[in-house]
Design a binder for this molecule. Sequence first.
Ligand code: ZN
Ligand code: ZN
Length: 270
Amino acid sequence: MEFVFEKEDFHIFLDGGSGLVACGRELGINPKKKKIYFVITHTHWDHIMGFPYFLPFHNENMEFTFFSSTTSKATFSDLFLGLQRSRHLPVPPFLLHAKIKFESKQSDTEFLVENKVRIQAHQINHQGITLGYRLEYEDKSVSVITDNAPINDGNYLGEGMKEKAAPDPKAFEQEFDESMVRFLRNCHTAVFDTHFTEANLKPDWGHSTPERALAYCKKAGVKRLVLFHHAPEDMDGDVDKKVAGVQEDGRTHGVEVVAAREGDIWNLSN
Ligand SMILES: [Zn+2]
Ligand SMILES: [Zn+2]
């Protein structure tokens, strides 16, 4: 997913799933803008499988910075460079000629990109340490919560959550939901995980539903909810049904509900 800053001389992408391959082809090996930043939510395959095929990594004049969490098990740089090892790919890491920098980020921290884009990171309920991100630029704001399971009834998937919840699980669950609302507060657009429906929800798989995404957005005053992380087995009709199921409720609370489609560009102006 790309955040487009037309006036600026840099790109910011979120994760590197299969869609990144086409983005790389479009940019070519020598993109006009030489700085590319990535915010990484986590390292499950569906979020990283495009990296080995992203052409701009092969240009020595390109500069990349990756912002990601570090779990107790692995660093993002190990994993990124591991993708290029010979057992996975014929192109070894030393053939990526670009300058590549890795910066570790914790939950509930914020940082600036090029002194222009304010980014906040927040741990969401998914395996490992998965970060949701909120980006603010001029008067525009967008949040992306790619993978987030319901937290209730002890469904603690993120690293460290079980320990934090131990003294008072109910209070922990309530605070998790409230902190999500604070994170999304008054955001123009929230791109949110709606992999499941209420009928086929498997909470321990780490994903949410349109109803749960909308509940957060209504409380937070979000203007537009983009249903995202569609289940691989879902056809267009299934996604349309998800939108139709919550659209009216959204409308009555001032939240426009749409579904993400490959190639869509969302304008963040009112
Ligand atoms: Zn995942
Ligand atoms: Zn995912």
